[in-house]
Design a protein around this ligand. Structure first.
Ligand SMILES: Nc1ncnc2c1ncn2[C@@H]1O[C@H](COP(=O)(O)OP(=O)(O)O)[C@@H](O)[C@H]1O
Ligand SMILES: [Mg+2]
Length: 260
């Protein structure tokens, strides 16, 4: 995976939101969001439903425009979607008529300089990374929800973004599958050290994966507090037994309830 683009400004943070406001008609979804995410940091966003988590992620993905304020990647203003940012949503949104392999290859169609066979190899490599070796020829409907999310993750990683944006990616999965996916995400992060911004309603998931957890408050959406997670890395799900883990989770739960 690439370490970043040639125009990277060494001093700029990976992601920057400054005074970001987003209104939908009379609804103020976000009201003055300031957030800095450093290169290779793993940051989660938690908060009650409707506090603007998805809106913030869409703005960073370049799928929406802010009403006011600035958003930047590597010091460059975000003007739309880009291949420097991969996005994973709650639903895998795979194309049902294509095999898993072809779904991932489709994401590589814009990669100039890749031959057809190199594209196929790259897709296979990333399907292997997410544990789908052997399922390349399957169609999405033949896969479980967890496997579909694995394929969606491969699709978002294969073109080498250095930022991964995830909006409740495991929210529709059963509890056991979710645990497996959290473990996979930790492994992928250890291997590739992407900058990750993860929206989740699962506080334990936020704590186990993240360096920092952004707690938002609703109506209007604001950053209420940013909580550091000083649990040592590399982490696995067993790191939940670290003495700090429950303490930090409880603190975040308290902050969310106070904010409601
Ligand atoms: N496209 C939209 N049109 C109108 N209102 C929207 C739109 N997207 C989000 N909102 C409103 O903005 C607020 C924040 O929504 P959202 O970002 O989806 O919150 P969250 O992801 O934290 O649940 C909510 O009040 C929601 O109804
Ligand atoms: Mg949402």
């Amino acid at each position: 995976m690439s370490a970043g683009s040639g125009q990277t400004q060494a001093t700029a943070p990976k992601l920057l939101a400054e005074g970001v406001v987003k209104r939908f008609g009379t609804v103020t979804a976000l009201d003055g969001i300031d957030l800095v995410v450093e290169r290779n940091e793993f940051v989660s966003i938690v908060g009650a439903s409707g506090c603007g988590k998805s809106t913030l992620l869409s703005l960073i993905a370049g799928l929406e425009e802010p009403t006011a304020g600035t958003l930047a990647v590597d010091g460059r203003e975000i003007l739309g979607p880009g291949r420097d940012r991969g996005v994973v949503f709650q639903q895998a949104t795979l194309m049902p008529w294509l095999t898993v392999q072809k779904n991932v290859e489709f994401a590589l169609r814009g990669e100039s300089g890749l031959s057809k066979s190199e594209r196929a190899d790259r897709a296979r490599e990333f399907l292997g990374l997410v544990g789908l070796a052997g399922f390349e020829g399957a169609h999405p409907a033949q896969l479980s929800g967890g496997m579909q999310q694995r394929a969606a993750l491969a699709r978002s990683l294969c073109y080498g973004p250095d930022v991964l944006l995830m909006d409740e990616p495991f929210g529709a999965l059963d509890a056991l599958t979710r645990r497996t996916m959290q473990e996979l995400l930790l492994e992928v992060w250890e291997q590739h050290r992407l900058t990750v911004l993860l929206v989740t309603h699962d506080i334990d998931e936020a704590v186990i994966t993240s360096d920092r957890v952004v707690v938002m408050s609703p109506r209007p959406g604001r950053v209420r507090r940013i909580v550091d997670v000083p649990i040592p890395r590399p982490r696995t799900l067993a790191s939940e037994r670290a003495p700090e883990f429950r303490e930090i989770s409880d603190e975040i739960l308290g902050l969310i309830h106070e904010a409601e």
